[in-house]
Write a protein that binds this ligand. Structure first.
Ligand code: F6P
Length: 375
């Protein structure tokens, strides 16, 4: 028998339900089925750069299927710009040296869009990399879905359900802010599943007048309350135009100085637009006379045990990744495709974001129900 393959694994970016299920799925298949050795890097990219390595045996993989968070811990760092002693540093050579010193044949990275970019940079630096798509945002390109999304949808849906009680009992407008970064998947899914009266997502800039019209329409039909699901990235038409213009300045900056200035301007615009859900609540209260309240769901959406669908998805993706490592297929993300999985080149995934197409079936379904989309 030849030498066992030795594989590293890490989790990067925000924690997400299903990370431990994926570590377990990959690890059990890698060790038990493919006879590989497994080590983990603690704290994501930072731990990889600082060689925070731990041996992972079968024992470490037991009892973690249902655990939230990540047993390996995580961080948000960039391989080419990791802040060390207050300065951004390119850590690619250090990471390559750690990979070689640990005698690794491959590295499996569990993460979202930022991780795909880091992974591609490391693959280009010579590491054998496979990624698995993790995020509650469901915004990774080239995969049907991501683990974490189903659980977060369950949590946000339950919140929308429960907010109905106070909304109708007190004749209030209740706005609930739902995560999702720049994508509206989570808000749209939870908004539809929870029966929100209005759903506002980043992909469809809203006008306050349109939201008011929907609420007035409900009032005229005797519904004296409204539940509004607001994506954290949703913007009204003016804010959206300002934001897009600021992003364009960054994309088209022709010198490093111009880019620095454009980035500072973008950060300022984003800062000005913070607390948009509270602003909208005030506007709706003034226009309708109904008391308005805000509930921000925040990290509750990422916490706790993964639902069955995420455990199943994470396990499928993890075991598929072990199979790919055994076959020597690298530089790919393991995508979910229908009932199966498919390796997709990291070059197709990195730097792309999967947004909700404004004519998506879910959007159309919401419109047909009479749900206000704010446009
Ligand atoms: O990507 C997952 C996510 O929860 C987003 O929905 C949200 O915008 C972001 O992470 C929050 O990031 P952080 O954990 O750094 O506050």
């Amino acid at each position: 028998m030849g030498k066992s393959l030795r594989v590293g694994i890490l989790t990067a970016g925000g924690d997400s339900p299903g990370l431990n299920a994926a570590i377990r799925g990959f690890g059990k298949a890698a060790i038990g089925h493919h006879h590989m050795e497994l080590v983990g890097f603690r704290d994501g990219i930072r731990g990889l750069a600082e060689n925070r390595v731990v041996e992972l045996g079968q024992g470490a993989l037991s009892g973690i299927l249902t655990l939230g968070g990540t047993i390996l811990s995580t961080s948000r760092d960039k391989v080419h710009k990791m802040v060390v002693d207050g300065e951004p540093r390119d850590m690619r050579e250090t990471i390559l040296a750690n990979y070689q010193a640990n005698n690794l044949d491959a590295l499996v990275m569990l993460g979202g869009g930022g991780t795909a970019k880091n992974a591609l940079r490391l693959a280009e630096a010579g590491l054998n990399i496979i990624t698995l798509p993790k995020t509650i945002d469901n915004d990774i390109a080239c995969t049907d879905t991501t683990f974490g999304f189903a659980t977060a949808t369950e949590i946000a849906t339950e919140a929308v359900d429960r907010l109905h009680s106070t909304a109708h009992s007190h004749h209030r407008i209740i706005l609930t802010e739902i995560m999702g970064h720049a994508a509206g998947w989570l808000t749209l899914a939870a908004g539809i599943a929870g029966g929100a009266d209005i759903i506002l997502i980043p992909e469809i800039p809203y006008s306050v007048d349109s939201v008011v019209d929907t609420i007035q329409g409900r009032l005229s039909r005797g519904s004296t309350f409204s539940v509004v699901a607001v994506a954290e990235g949703a913007r009204d038409t003016k804010d959206s135009a300002d934001y897009e213009a600021a992003k364009l300045l960054v994309r088209t900056a022709s010198t490093p100085e111009a880019e620095r200035a454009a980035r500072a301007h973008l950060a300022h615009v984003v800062d000005l637009q913070r607390e948009h859900t509270f602003k909208l609540a005030r506007e709706l209260e003034a226009a309708t006379g109904l008391e308005s309240r805000v509930t921000i769901l925040g990290y509750v959406q990422r916490g706790g045990t993964p639902c069955a669908a995420d455990r199943l998805l994470a396990t499928r993706l993890g075991t598929a990744a072990a199979q790919l490592v055994s076959e020597g297929t690298f530089g790919v993300m393991v995508a979910a495709r229908g009932e199966g999985t498919e390796p997709v080149p990291l070059t197709d995934v990195a730097g792309k974001v999967k947004l909700v197409p404004p004519d998506h079936e879910w959007v159309q379904a919401a419109r047909q129900l009479g749900t206000g989309l704010g446009d």
